[in-house]
Design a protein around this ligand. Structure first.
Ligand SMILES: Nc1ncnc2c1ncn2[C@@H]1O[C@H](COP(=O)(O)OP(=O)(O)OP(=O)(O)O)[C@@H](O)[C@H]1O
Ligand SMILES: [Mg+2]
Length: 592
C-alpha cells in the first residue's frame, strides 16, 4: 500500500484545523504589527488623517498613547498565540511520529525471515528510531512554515497593493527568483540528503554488529580493525552531512543575496515615491516592515530546506519498509481444535535466493503422531525443510499441507500455535527464566512451568540459582551454558503443548548422560504428537517411525530403520560412517 504523510496527518485533522486557525490569527496580527508606527509617524507627528477614514477627536498625545498601547497589545497577543501554536504543531508532529513508529515496528515483526536475512539490524533500528522523526520535521518545518508564509504573503500582498501597487510588484519580484533557486537545487539537495541518511544508518549497523559480535572480536583481538571500520563509517557519514550543509549554506547565501537586492530595489523606489509625494513616510515604514516580515518566513523555509529534505529522505526510508509487500500473505483459516498432525510436502522446491534452489521437489507424507527422523550430511537442507512447516519461508513451488489443507491458507498465528520448536542455536531472551519458559504461553501457571522444567531436566539447575525461576538471563543467554539454554527452550516447547513438534538437533550440545535424560523426557513429549527430529545420534534415529535421508536438497531414501539398513543404500553407508563412528566415540568415552 502506498503511504503518504497525509494519511498520518488525517487522524489529527481537528488539532490541525485548530493550528491552521491559529496561524491565520498570527498572520492577521503580523499584518497589524507595523500600523501603530504608521499612525505615530503620519498622524501624530505629521498630523495627517488616520487610515481607513477613522476619526479620533482627541489630542495627538492620546493618539500616541493609544498607538503605543496597541503595539504592546499586538505583541502580547502574538507571543501568546505563537506559544500555543508551537505547542500544537509539536504535539501533532509527535503523534504522527508515534503512529509511524507503531506501524513500522509491527511491520518489521510481521515481515518474513527472508526479508530479515537481507536487512541489517542497525539499519532497521535507525529507521524506527531516527528516520521516523522526519515526519515531525516535515510537518513542522515543512508544511506549517509554508502555510504560514503563504497566509502572510497573501495578506501582505493585498495590503501592500492598496498602498502602492508598483512597489508591491517590485517586492514580489523576488519570489520567482527564489522558486527558481529551489528548482535549481532541489535534486542535488534531496540526493545529498538521502545519501546522508544512508551513511548515518551505516554507523548504526557497524555499532550493532560490534556489540552483537563482541565475543568474536575480543577472541580474535580484532578491536583495532573494528575501530577502523567504525571510524570509516563515521567519517563517511560526517562527510555526507558536510556536503549537505555546504549545499544548504550556498543555497542560503543565494537566497539572502536575492532578498537583499529585492529590499534595496523597494527602498530605492519607495524613497523616490515618498519624495514625489505618492507615498507617505508612514506607509513607507509599513512597506519595509512588511518586507522584513514577509522575507523572514521565506528565508526560514529556505534555510530549513536541507533539514526538510533530510526529513523527507528519512520518511521515505520508513515508508519503503512499510511498502514492502509482506512475502507471507496471511490466510484466514484457523484451527478450531488442535491439528491432528498429518503433514505432507508435495513437490516442494525452495531456495533462500530464487536462483539457487536448496530443496528440490520434496515429496514426503507423514501420518498423525508419526515420529520422523531427518538425517543427512551438513548443509543437506534438513533445517530448511522443517522451517517451511511454521512458514518461516514459503516454498517457491509445490505445497506444504497440514491436515490436508495448504498451510498458507491458515492464519500464521493459528498455524504456529500448532507447532512447538526447539531450534539450534537455542533462542533465549534477557528476561526471567520463568518468562523464557512461558514465552509461548504467558498465561501458564508456575506449576505448569515447573512441570515442563522437570521434563526438560532443568528444574534442579534452576532451583540452585539465586532467584530461582525469577533469575534474569543475560543478553543472548550469556549467563547460561549452551546445554542449559537448550534445555530451557525444550521446556518452552513442552509447555506449549502443541500437536506438532520440531526438534532440530535437540541434544547436540549436551553430554551423553544429560542426553539420555533429555531424550527420556522428550520421548514422553513425543508420544501422540507428529514429531520431526533432526538428529545425528543413532539412539534417536533408531526409534523413529520414519527415517528420511537427505542429501543435496533431495530426499534420497525413506523408510524405517531396519528396512533402510537392509536396503544397503545411502542410509546404510551413513550408518556405517557417521553413526558408527559416533557410537565408537561414545563407547571410548565410556571406557575412559
Ligand atoms: N538464511 C539462509 N540464507 C541463505 N542460505 C541459507 C540460509 N540458511 C541456510 N542456507 C543454506 O541452505 C543450505 C541448507 O542449509 P540447512 O541449514 O538446511 O542445512 P542442514 O541440513 O540443516 O545442515 P546442518 O546439519 O549443518 O544443520 C546450506 O547450503 C546453507 O548454506
Ligand atoms: Mg541444521
Amino acid at each position: 500500500m502506498k503511504r503518504t504523510v497525509r494519511s498520518y496527518l488525517k487522524p489529527y485533522w481537528l488539532p490541525f484545523v485548530l493550528a491552521l486557525g491559529q496561524i491565520l490569527f498570527i498572520s492577521a496580527l503580523e499584518l497589524l504589527k507595523p500600523w501603530p508606527f504608521k499612525i505615530i509617524i503620519d498622524s501624530v507627528v505629521n498630523g495627517q488623517p488616520l487610515p481607513l477614514g477613522w476619526r479620533v477627536d482627541s489630542s495627538p498625545h492620546v493618539l500616541l498613547l493609544l498607538a503605543c498601547a496597541g503595539l504592546v497589545f499586538i505583541y502580547l497577543l502574538l507571543g501568546g498565540l505563537r506559544l500555543l501554536n508551537d505547542y500544537m504543531t509539536i504535539r501533532i508532529g509527535q503523534w504522527m511520529v508515534n503512529d509511524l513508529r507503531r506501524d513500522l515496528y509491527s511491520q518489521i515483526q510481521r515481515l518474513s525471515l527472508s526479508f530479515h536475512n537481507r536487512q541489517h539490524v542497525g539499519d532497521l533500528m535507525y529507521r524506527i528510531t531516527a528516520d521516523t522523526l522526519g515526519i515531525q520535521t516535515l510537518t513542522m518545518n515543512g508544511l506549517f512554515s509554508v502555510l504560514s508564509a503563504s497566509f502572510l504573503l497573501g495578506g501582505m500582498f493585498v495590503v501592500m497593493l492598496s498602498l502602492d501597487w508598483y512597489l508591491t510588484l517590485l517586492a514580489m519580484a523576488v519570489c520567482p527568483a527564489l522558486f527558481g533557486a529551489i528548482g535549481l537545487f532541489d535534486k542535488k539537495m534531496s540526493s545529498a540528503a538521502s545519501h546522508a541518511r544512508q551513511k548515518e544508518s551505516l554507523v548504526y549497523s557497524v555499532v550493532q554488529r560490534t556489540l552483537s559480535g563482541i565475543r568474536v572480536i575480543q577472541a580474535f583481538t580484532k578491536e583495532e580493525d573494528e575501530k577502523h571500520r567504525f571510524l570509516e563509517a563515521s567519517r563517511q557519514s560526517l562527510a555526507a552531512d558536510l556536503r549537505l550543509y555546504n549545499l544548504q549554506n550556498f543555497y542560503c547565501a543565494l537566497v539572502n543575496i536575492t532578498i537583499a537586492i529585492g529590499t534595496a530595489a523597494v527602498l530605492w523606489l519607495g524613497t523616490k515615491h515618498v519624495l514625489s509625494g505618492e507615498l507617505s513616510v508612514g506607509e513607507m515604514v509599513v512597506f519595509t516592515a512588511y518586507l522584513t516580515s514577509l522575507y523572514t518566513p521565506l528565508v526560514n523555509i529556505f534555510q530549513t530546506y536541507g533539514l526538510v529534505q533530510k526529513a523527507k529522505a528519512g520518511v521515505r526510508r520508513a515508508f519503503d519498509i512499510l511498502e514492502v509487500e509482506q512475502s507471507l500473505p496471511e490466510g484466514h483459516k484457523v484451527f478450531s481444535r488442535p491439528a491432528t498432525g498429518e503433514i505432507s510436502f508435495e513437490q516442494v522446491s525452495f531456495g533462500y535466493e530464487t536462483a539457487q534452489p536448496i530443496l528440490k521437489k520434496i515429496d514426503l507424507h507423514v501420518t498423525p503422531g508419526q515420529k520422523v527422523a531427518i538425517v543427512g550430511p551438513t548443509g543437506a537442507g534438513k533445517s530448511t525443510l522443517v522451517s517451511l512447516l511454521p512458514r518461516f519461508y514459503d516454498p517457491q513451488s509445490g505445497r506444504v499441507k497440514i491436515d490436508g489443507v495448504d498451510s498458507s491458507e491458515f492464519q500464521l498465528k493459528s498455524l504456529r500455535r500448532q507447532i512447538a520448536m526447539v531450534l539450534q542455536p537455542p533462542l533465549v531472551f534477557p528476561v526471567s527464566i520463568r518468562d523464557n519458559i512461558a514465552y509461548g504461553r504467558p498465561e501458564a501457571s508456575l506449576d505448569e512451568v515447573i512441570a515442563a522444567a522437570h521434563v526438560a531436566r532443568i528444574h534442579d539447575f534452576i532451583t540452585q540459582l539465586p532467584d530461582g525461576y525469577d533469575t534474569v538471563v543475560g543478553e543472548q543467554g550469556s549467563t547460561l551454558s549452551e546445554g542449559q539454554k537448550l534445555r530451557l527452550t525444550i521446556a518452552r516447547g513442552i509447555l506449549l503443548n502443541a500437536p506438532i513438534l520440531i526438534l532440530d538437533e535437540p541434544t547436540a550440545s549436551v553430554d551423553s548422560e544429560t542426553e539420555a535424560l533429555i531424550m527420556e523426557g522428550l520421548e514422553r513429549l513425543m508420544t501422540g504428537r507428529t514429531t520431526f527430529i533432526i538428529a545425528h545420534r543413532l539412539s534417536t534415529v533408531r526409534q523413529a517411525d520414519l527415517i528420511v535421508v537427505m542429501r543435496g536438497g533431495e530426499i534420497v531414501e525413506q523408510g524405517n530403520f531396519f528396512d533402510l539398513l537392509r536396503a544397503r543404500g545411502p542410509f546404510a553407508s551413513l550408518y556405517q560412517t557417521q553413526f558408527g563412528l559416533y557410537e565408537e566415540e561414545r563407547k571410548l568415552r565410556r571406557v575412559k
